[in-house]
Design a protein around this ligand. Structure first.
Ligand code: QAP
Ligand code: CO
Length: 168
């Protein structure tokens, strides 16, 4: 088990588009274990492989109250079911200390593989629906700050760059 380093905005590696996993084997299961350990330690409710500089389509999420219901999504595919939007104050382990309201489809359906390579389908509700969409964005090189105004995004970038420089 290992804690992984989490990339911070505006690191350009957060913009890399992740590649599909071709075989769900022990190598991928070790990545998943390390991602879960890193997410719980942060602590966070969701983490995409992109955020730990692994450019493969792997997501871990745990939105349960007791942090004891890990979910794994490999090669997730998502469809929007209707035009309803849902607004949520989102944060991100790669954008520490900043939260902004983002609107996304409320009703989606997700298909993915689990850690054994078995396909499953899910119609997530509430925070889980938000989190899955947020994490799939990461796999496509997109961050929640891309959904807010350029003014707000640039302010967040400037503050994080300043913090990152002072920590060198
Ligand atoms: C993504 O985010 C998410 O700023 C997961 O200082 C968040 O786990 C999806 C975190 C909200 C939907 C709604 C953020 C931890 C954790 C911070 C996270 C921070 C420490 C964020
Ligand atoms: Co995030």
């Amino acid at each position: 088990m290992a804690l992984l380093n989490i990339l911070q905005f505006p690191d350009p590696r957060l913009r890399i588009k992740a590649k599909p996993v071709t075989q769900v084997g022990d190598r991928v299961r070790e990545i998943i274990r390390d991602m879960l350990e890193t997410m719980y330690a942060a602590p966070g409710v969701g983490l995409a492989a992109t955020q730990v500089n692994i450019h493969e389509r792997i997501i871990v999420i745990d939105v349960s109250e007791n942090h004891d219901q890990p979910m794994v999504f490999i090669n997730p595919l998502i469809d929007t079911l209707d035009a309803n939007l849902y607004s949520y104050d989102e944060g991100c382990l790669s954008v520490p200390g900043f939260y902004e309201s983002v609107e996304r489809p409320e009703h989606v359906i997700v298909r993915a593989l689990d850690e054994n390579g078995q396909s499953f389908e899910l119609q997530p509700q509430g925070l889980l629906a938000v989190c899955i969409q947020h994490e799939i964005d990461h796999l496509n090189g997109k961050l929640f700050v891309d959904h807010i105004s350029a003014l707000k995004r640039n302010r967040i970038r400037a503050k994080l760059e300043k913090q990152q420089k002072s920590r060198l």
